[in-house]
Design a protein around this ligand. Sequence first.
Ligand SMILES: O=C(O)CCC(=O)C(=O)O
Length: 319
Amino acid sequence: MHARILCLRVVLTFISKRDAHRSRLTFQIFIHSNLEIVANLLQKGIRKTTSEYRYLSDVAEHRTSLPQLAQDEATIVDTLDREGICITSLDALGIPSSQKMIEDALAVRDEMCEVGAKNNFFVLPSEEQRIANPSFFLWGLEPKLTRIVEAYIRLPISYLGVGLLRSKPDGDNSKSRCWHRDTQDRRHVKVTVYFNDVNEAGGPFQFLPHTVTPFFLPTWYSKVYKKNFMSDDKMSKFVSPDKWKSCTGASGTVIFFEPNGFHRGKIPTESERFAAIYKYASRHPKHPDFCDPHFSANELNTYQQYLTPEQKEMVWKIR
Ligand SMILES: O=C(O)CCC(=O)C(=O)O
């Protein structure tokens, strides 16, 4: 905005004062009368450059401390890098606590049904429910997951907790059911776990792989479209619907994705999709103010007893 005002003023000033002898003086007057804007632009530029420099040097410094990956983990990281998404399953990951996590999630869902939880697609179990079912939160700190996430982000990671999603066939085609990007960090990861079988009519998660996303679309979306949710009609003008990746799959499907990529939950027409979404970012994300953790301080206190010192460091905190 400031840059646009400044350019306009430059043009107007120099059009009105074409006399070559007076151009130096004109320039000085111009700078003086626009000092505030010039200072703001410089400050913004310096802040941006400093933050980019810090990011790049942190990545370079952390390179030798990245975790060693097993072959299946490296494949997930490579696919995530190339496509922005990698689909696997709880069985393939083979994490021992998965069974308990599923039981806890189903227990929470049933309770939410009993208490008539809000008919909204993003729901959080109550604090009491979460504290009573800690494996749900703790699963996100399983070393296999955090190794994959850290190798992809390339920096020490922050775990922002887990949210629940109940996407019902309710005809609501708003918010996260439209195409959008999450831009809290340069590289961040969400891991979605399905708790029921999901077909096309069950409102699968959908994603635009990096390989089919036109290079200008992310910038166009942030600068021109102002990060509004994009309808199917609008998106189909850029990417044909047969290239949208529909993540149908059985209960236990696990989807690693880069939220900077365009994604949305397709509106279900027949059955509900019940899923957990685990969130991770780096410890110094680009926009920390928009990183909303899915847990309270009280809840976190009760989890401390289960956490190793490394896991405690990984839990999101303002740094
Ligand atoms: O799975 C979904 O329905 C959408 C999830 C989503 O938009 C998000 O986590 O940012």
